[in-house]
Design a protein around this ligand. Structure first.
Ligand code: XUL
Ligand code: CO
Length: 445
């Protein structure tokens, strides 16, 4: 047991119900409550992210850190400081009472001066994490490598015009993947933060695509070589920090994976605010992934409708989250994935306890969304009208078209003879919206 930082929150956060006035309690989230035959905790698989919660002192491009984060101010030996930060993380996640955390290699270990320093520091922090995990029971939802902060990655990692940067990224991923494996991580994430471009004037799109595919192939090979059984995940984002990022959205990544025969190797980690930056809804990117068998995990957060960048706010819309959870349950629920809170406090939320308020609110909103989604699924609220709408595709002509036994000629003959005479039917959007709201308003917290 290391030093305690969250002394204002002496006990783990418990369930107190909707009537409670205690802000440090769950209003809906009850880990042991059964929903569709599974414990809520196992349906939701919540993780806390290390980078925004423990590494970030609240600076923005206009000003320095504002947060009360004593574990970031220890100074002196970088390894001592890293262990203090890890103590803060394990204390927070234990008190929040959720099963997982997620981190980048450099979130937990100082980079040092050389690659050898990096490797030694990471190894030693993984030892410490292993200790703290077995003490607390907290698990690793996913690990990843930060291939975007260091200046060497300014022009990308695997898509860098310089192969020695590609090599450096490969070496880093090797260590981060092995660290994730050692810690029993359930997934490994690749977010190509700077794998994109600032200007087409200096960019060879075809070359960079080939480089990225070769990198993903090497990662999948190494996964097999070391016997890592977790899921490899790609996290789409359309832009920021680059003007254009190659892993633009669910559909673009899917197309890329198919093009390079990698579709069986990777699934997606979908982030709410990334989907909305791509001009979609969060619902869209999740629905696309689930319906194409490439859904893996979620980075839960939300953007600001009036702000054009990744604000990473805590998710709080039950309306939005219910439809996301509905898609996930429709696909059979999470396997190795979960809801990682890739979320940042606002810069004015200075207090250490604000970190609890952000997570508690987001977890409760997700728990309520889970209950709504289970009701939607059990009552066939959306699935009945959907199967009715597409019923023609299991009848004669529809089946023939899909099985290839019809042609333009045969269909023209059917239309010409008057056998097929379509009459438009209502899409019933408002009716469906009302039904969804009825379930949201009526579901029992
Ligand atoms: C950046 C982002 C990353 C990834 C992991 O927008 O979401 O933190 O989740 O590298
Ligand atoms: Co993310």
């Amino acid at each position: 047991m290391g030093k305690e930082f969250f002394t204002d929150v002496p006990e783990p956060i418990g369930y107190a119900g909707l009537d409670s006035s205690d802000p440090l309690s769950y209003k809906v989230y009850q880990p042991d409550r059964l929903v569709l035959g599974k414990r809520m905790e196992d349906q939701m698989r919540v993780a806390v992210c290390y980078w925004h919660s423990f590494n970030w002192p609240g600076q923005d491009v206009f000003g320095r850190g504002t947060f009360d984060r004593p574990w970031l101010e220890v100074g002196g030996d970088a390894m001592v400081a890293a262990r203090q930060k890890m103590d803060a993380a394990f204390e927070f996640v234990s008190k929040l009472g959720v099963p997982f955390m997620c981190f980048h290699d450099v979130d937990i270990a100082p980079e040092g001066e050389t690659f050898a320093d990096y490797a030694t520091n990471l190894e030693s922090m993984v030892d410490y994490a292993e200790e703290r995990m077995s003490e607390t029971g907290i698990r690793l939802l996913w690990g990843t490598a930060n291939l975007f902060s260091h200046p060497r990655y300014a022009a990308g990692a695997s898509t860098n015009p310089d192969p020695s940067v590609y090599a450096y990224a490969a070496a880093q991923v090797k260590h981060a993947l092995e660290a994730t494996h050692r810690l029993g991580g359930e997934n490994y994430v690749l977010w190509g933060g700077r794998d994109g471009y600032e200007t087409l004037l200096n960019t060879d799109l075809r070359q960079e695509g080939i480089q990225m595919a070769s990198f993903l192939t090497m990662v999948a090979e190494h996964k097999r070589n070391i016997g890592f059984e977790g899921t490899l995940l790609i996290e789409p984002k359309p832009a920021e920090p680059t003007k254009h990022q190659y892993d633009y959205d669910s559909q673009t990544v899917h197309g890329f994976l198919e093009r390079f025969d990698l579709a069986g190797e990777y699934k997606l980690n979908i982030e709410g605010n990334h989907a909305t930056l791509a001009g979609h809804s969060f619902h869209h990117d999740v629905a696309y992934a689930v319906s194409h068998g490439i859904f893996g995990s979620i980075d839960a957060n939300r953007g600001d409708p009036q702000t054009g960048w990744d604000t990473d706010q805590f998710p709080n819309s039950v309306d939005e989250l219910s439809l996301i959870f509905y898609e996930i349950l429709k696909g059979g629920g999470f396997t190795t994935g979960g809801f990682n809170f890739d979320t940042k406090l606002r810069r004015q939320s200075l207090d250490r306890s604000d970190l609890f308020h952000g997570h508690i609110g987001g977890i409760d909103a997700l728990a309520k969304a889970l209950l709504v989604a289970a009701d939607l699924l059990e009552a066939d609220t959306l699935s009945n009208p959907l199967s009715h709408r597409y019923a023609g595709w299991s009848e004669d002509v529809g089946r023939g078209i899909l099985s290839g036994s019809e042609s333009l000629e045969s269909l023209e003959a059917r239309v010409m003879s008057g056998e097929l005479d379509p009459s438009p039917v209502s899409g019933s959007q408002e009716l469906l919206e009302n039904r969804v709201n009825q379930v949201i308003w009526g579901s029992e917290a």
